[in-house]
Design a protein around this ligand. Structure first.
Ligand SMILES: Nc1nc2c(ncn2[C@@H]2O[C@H](COP(=O)(O)OP(=O)(O)OP(=O)(O)O)[C@@H](O)[C@H]2O)c(=O)[nH]1
Ligand SMILES: [Mg+2]
Length: 471
């Protein structure tokens, strides 16, 4: 920590003088709406409460043995100067307020550091016998869409174009891509670029991406991400005016449609994507990958397959070994990856085992690749904020495990049978029967208890990710 950071941190000098300090950088990875902001809020709140109410985190060993003394969030964000601080208090107030609601979808990057003060069990020769330690935990939050740019960092325009066009030929994308592809058929790749034509091509491509993301279509693998969430990039900047093109048999002449589009893609990759990942996505120590398995099931086979492909594409870009393509960019330190199926409270507890199994199957290939690089992986069914309780109910004369909570869009709590989760990939019959109809649940006054947010599996996730560092 720099001197200025120390001065700005506000963490008491006394605390610093009598304790030794370690840092851990945790990557919270997940597509948009997978639950990153809610996870980050609950992670901080529950960890800060670990000293006060350790019984709420039975699987976090240092909490259950009473070794956590207290925690505090730093008032300024870690990372490059000017990085906004994660709006922790605002998110927590939304969830626990008088009329509880979920935090808004994230539209910019933010970061936060919390400090945990705990009693160590380890012998500390170099720490001159001190038994009190401080662990700094750094977290970054960002719009999930931006993650989908990560694979572009190492890709040429030609490769990206070929992959994206191939995807656009498959349903349900093919139907949605028609207006854009029809315009593309009128463009002459080696011919002279005209601004108006390029602008129309980029606008139609963006409209195609938007239609892929419509809630009833549910495709998530859309690139480039800044077309959807520009952040601080001006949406009218030519750097956001390109789209994939069919390859040319010969080198594109200067000033041609192909050459201009390629130039813009290269600028996007080199000036937006790479610096972003270098500044904010490097040097992670541990990673949690959040997957909204239940929404993927609800949206049907095409959306489920797409979510699986998108997660695969992203994870291939993170670097878990020394030889990775992007090692210069993303760092090589990640030592543990935890896959988490989020929003587990949408189904009853007896389904959590299957939810975890299905997630394991969904990410099996990636997890295998990661383990081959010597990195440990795990899986968990997780609910950052538990909004339902299990109840027994009668459905057509049968007693079933149900969940009781406030479904989104309703004004009264309801008990309902959310259906069963298969432990393996659904069969064609399962998809056909439309048996996955999980509802979204809102936080209620119960979720807003002052004694740490109620959760499913947060303590397991904490123990897996940072447990050893708190001993
Ligand atoms: N019931 C329940 N719903 C959750 C939970 N976590 C997230 N959700 C739901 O999922 C939605 C998205 O969660 P966020 O944390 O905002 O997702 P995100 O990954 O930050 O999304 P972006 O900011 O768009 O990238 C929320 O608005 C809730 O509806 C949970 O633990 N329980
Ligand atoms: Mg968010």
């Amino acid at each position: 920590m720099s001197a200025t950071e120390k001065a700005a941190s506000g963490i008491s000098n006394v605390a610093r003088r009598f304790a030794d300090r370690k840092n851990v950088r945790l990557a919270v990875t997940g597509l948009s709406r997978s639950g990153k902001t809610v996870f980050t809020t609950s992670f901080i709140h529950n960890l800060l409460s670990a000293g006060l109410w350790p019984e709420r985190l039975p699987f976090l060993k240092s909490a259950s043995r009473g070794a956590i003394i207290a925690g505090e969030v730093y008032p300024s964000a870690p990372g490059p100067s000017g990085t906004p601080r994660f709006p922790y208090e605002e998110s927590l107030n939304a969830i626990t307020g008088k009329s509880p609601s979920w935090p808004q979808a994230t539209d910019r990057l933010s970061a936060i550091r919390l400090a945990m003060r705990y009693r160590t069990r380890r012998k500390l020769p170099r720490a001159r016998g001190r038994k009190i330690q401080i662990l700094n935990v750094d977290l970054v939050d960002y719009p999930g869409e931006w993650l989908l740019d990560l694979p572009l960092a190492g890709k040429s325009f030609a490769t990206w174009s070929a992959e994206t066009l191939e995807l656009a030929r498959q349903e349900p994308r093919a139907g949605l891509a028609k207006p854009w592809l029809a315009h593309m058929a009128t463009l002459d790749g080696p011919g002279r670029a005209k601004d108006a034509e390029l602008e129309t091509a980029a606008d139609l491509y963006k409209a195609y991406l938007d239609s892929c993301r419509a809630p009833d279509v549910g495709m998530v693998l859309v690139q480039p991400a800044r077309f959807i969430r520009p952040g601080d990039v001006d949406p009218d900047d030519p750097i956001l005016q390109f789209c994939p093109l069919e390859p040319l048999p010969a080198k594109a002449p200067k000033g041609s449609v192909y050459q201009v589009m390629e130039e813009r893609y290269d600028a996007y990759r080199d000036l937006i994507v790479r610096p972003f990942y270098r500044d904010h996505f490097s040097g992670f120590d541990e990673q949690i990958v959040l997957v909204d398995v239940l929404s993927a099931l609800r949206l049907g086979k095409a959306a489920f397959d797409d979510a699986q492909a998108a997660i695969g594409a992203i994870l291939q870009s993170f670097d878990y070994g020394k030889s990775g393509l992007l090692s210069w960019l993303t760092g090589v330190r990640i030592s543990k990856v935890l896959f988490a199926a989020t929003k587990a409270d949408h189904v009853s507890s007896n389904q959590h085992h299957n939810l975890k199994r299905l997630l394991e199957e969904m990410v099996a290939r990636e997890a295998n690749r990661i383990r081959f690089r010597g990195v440990q992986t795990g899986a968990v069914a997780l609910s950052s904020v538990r909004c339902t309780e299990d109840v027994l109910g009668e459905v057509q004369g049968q007693t079933l495990s149900m969940v009781r909570g406030l479904p989104a869009g309703r004004d009264e709590e309801t008990a309902l049978f959310p259906g069963e989760i298969p432990a393996h990939f659904p069969t064609d019959q399962d998809w056909h029967d439309g048996r996955f109809k999980f509802l979204d649940f809102m936080p209620t006054r119960i979720s807003g208890s002052a004694r740490g947010l109620p959760h499913v599996g947060m303590d397991e996730a904490m123990e897996y990710l940072i447990g050893k560092r708190l001993r």
